[in-house]
Design a protein. Structure first.
Length: 338
């Protein structure tokens, strides 16, 4: 597929400076090809340390094209990267483990280690979940946390594998609390902590977002239509100096619905109230169809309405390995200072 060959060559050319910058800062996890914006919609190619992760979201990649792409990258980077190919073009983007598409060598599927901002992260080509264990477009936000967490108490919401918490700990935070309802994700967070054993210890809370954040914010926990709620960990009301809110696009639980399109306020309001008076809230919205200007207006209005007007609002964009032709990257991050 010469068109893909050419598109990949252009993508690698465009990243030359970025890659040497990333290598210098201790990062070997990054996107090498962002298909939607670089000429092959639905195809992504990422480096995770020693691993090359190719993912297709619209249609499977032909075997020859996969091998040609791998060869070109190995030659350009001068590294024998271990190939894992995950076809996610089936419905619900489940990973197709069909060995006819590509049979990864055993070494590629072992537990590996990648680096970002000088920190170690667990890399696993195949695991119980669908997504890689580190979301690469959030790298700049993690870097911001590392540079701005010193002396602070930090609450990492929807923590997933706790990359944000790890950066806070590496940035000399006074206390780091990671919160997620999925024990499997927090378990990888614990592995990540163990891979960086010189860092101060972090806390991990396995809980649904809604009861946890509402307790921190000292708000009541209500059930829908009087239904009995599942049990949840009891937490004391408190505020944090730095709160990081990076939710999924949509998720439903017995306690409420995460819906970044229709109802960001339900997530934001308690998170603002759990942020200290002169603290900082970093919040994100990864839905491409949400416009940054509309969302920013909504966020600022919500804070104002609950009596916590934002003193300063800064936008943080993903790095150049996630190019966006219209300057409207799906992942939008706001740093709100109160
Ligand atoms: C897209 S990931 C968030 C990415 C993460 N902030 C990071 O730094 O990589 C979504 C996470 O939200 C968690 N999650 C989804 N709904 C939740 C809820 N209602 N309460 C707590 N965690 C939830 C999932 O378990 C998953 O770890």
């Amino acid at each position: 597929m010469p068109a893909l060959d050419q598109a990949l060559r252009a993508a690698l050319d465009a990243r030359e400076n970025l890659l040497s910058e990333l290598h210098t800062q201790g990062t070997d996890c990054y996107r090498l090809f962002h298909g939607t914006q670089e000429g092959s919609p639905g195809l992504t190619v990422d480096r995770y340390g020693p691993q090359l992760l190719v993912q297709s979201f619209h249609e499977p990649l032909e075997h020859d094209a996969l091998l040609a792409l791998t060869k070109q990258i190995r030659e350009r980077l001068g590294l024998p990267l271990l190939l894992v190919y995950n076809d996610r073009s089936n419905s619900h983007s489940r990973i197709d483990r069909n060995p006819e598409l590509h049979q990864a060598e055993a070494a590629a599927l072992e537990d590996l280690i990648g680096q970002e901002w000088g920190l170690n992260y667990r890399v696993r080509g195949r695991h119980a979940g669908q997504d890689p264990l580190l979301f690469l477009d959030l790298r700049n936000a993690r870097g911001w946390v590392k540079a701005n967490a010193a002396g602070k108490t930090v609450l990492n919401l929807f923590a997933y594998t706790c990359g944000v918490g790890l950066c806070a700990a590496a940035g000399d935070a006074r206390e780091v609390v990671n919160l997620d309802f999925a024990e499997g994700n927090l378990a990888v967070g614990r592995e990540n902590a163990a891979l960086n054993s010189t860092l101060p210890t972090m806390q991990f809370i396995q809980s649904d977002y809604f009861p946890a954040i509402r307790q921190f914010a000292d708000l009541p926990i209500s059930s829908r239509r009087g239904q009995k709620l599942p049990s949840y960990p009891r937490l004391q009301p408190r505020q944090f100096d730095l709160v990081f809110l990076d939710p999924p696009a949509w998720a439903k639980s017995a306690f409420g619905t995460v819906d970044l399109l229709r109802d960001y306020q339900s997530l934001l309001k308690p998170a603002v109230l759990a942020t200290a008076e002169d603290g900082t809230l970093v919040c994100s919205n990864n839905l491409a169809k949400v416009d940054i200007d509309d969302w920013r207006t909504q966020v600022l209005r919500c804070a104002e309405k609950i009596g916590r007007p934002v003193r300063d609002c800064q936008m943080l964009a993903p790095a150049a390995d996630f190019p966006s032709l219209d300057s409207k990257p799906p992942l939008k991050t706001l740093i709100l200072r109160f």
